[in-house]
Design a protein around this ligand. Structure first.
Ligand SMILES: N[C@@H](CCC(=O)N[C@@H](CS)C(=O)NCC(=O)O)C(=O)O
Length: 206
């Protein structure tokens, strides 16, 4: 089994925090996104999506989504569960990870990838050139604001994002908070529940 990753990037960070929390170490190769190594022929031969993270299993199965990588490793290493304690909690964690990806990650990515010179013609990851749409920067900023409010309201009724305890959903939300700093967005001070949760998760993960 081998993990291809670039720890500073937000999706790889979700996997890094999963591994850190579980105390797992796996063989790793760094694909430096700053150097655009995801487009090197050797890596594209492994992962035609040209994205990280990617987990290559011993039977040559390739997992290219952070949630799939974490869910797979959870099955192999169930101790210190990050996907709930039962079927109902498992479903809630998966549901929240999906919601966070759609409403949080993609909002920040919309701002970053449509506004930065580094991502010119790379508004979406992958090998196909995609033009930037500058209007999506403003829309993404609005979406980030909606995301903070949604999560703050949700956390007014519970300690952690999903299930009955700390889970992968908290890791994913925490990674989004770090990713948001890339576009100079941070949790608004008036989002008291979200700020309380953020401190709690920082104490667990960092
Ligand atoms: N669906 C994948 C997305 C992976 C992804 O988009 N990774 C980004 C880094 S966070 C990437 O590899 N970008 C390469 C690029 O921008 O060319 C996941 O959930 O992990």
């Amino acid at each position: 089994m081998k993990l291809f990753t670039f720890p500073p990037a937000p999706n790889p960070l979700r996997v890094s925090y999963f591994l850190k929390y579980k105390g797992l170490e796996i063989e790793t190769e760094i694909i430096d996104l700053k150097e655009k190594q995801q487009f090197n022929a050797e890596y594209v031969a492994v992962n035609p999506n040209a994205t990280v993270p990617a987990l290559l299993l011993d039977d040559n199965t390739l997992l290219t989504d952070s949630i799939a990588i974490c869910a797979y490793l959870e099955r192999k290493h169930p101790e210190k569960p990050l996907f709930g304690q039962n079927d109902e909690e498992y479903a809630q964690v998966i549901g929240w990870c999906h919601k966070l990806y759609v409403e949080g990650f993609s909002a920040v990515a919309e701002v970053l990838r449509n506004g930065s010179e580094f991502f010119a013609d790379r508004a979406l990851p992958g090998l196909t050139p995609i033009k930037q749409l500058p209007a999506l920067v403003e829309r993404g900023q609005t979406r980030i604001g909606l995301f903070w409010n949604m999560l703050d309201k949700h956390l007014s009724e519970r300690e952690f994002v999903a299930a009955s305890g700390f889970s992968q959903a908290d890791i994913d939300a925490y990674a989004i908070c770090q990713f948001a700093s890339w576009v100079k967005a941070s949790i608004p001070p008036e989002c008291e529940n979200l700020n309380r949760w953020h401190q709690q998760v920082a104490a667990i993960l960092d």
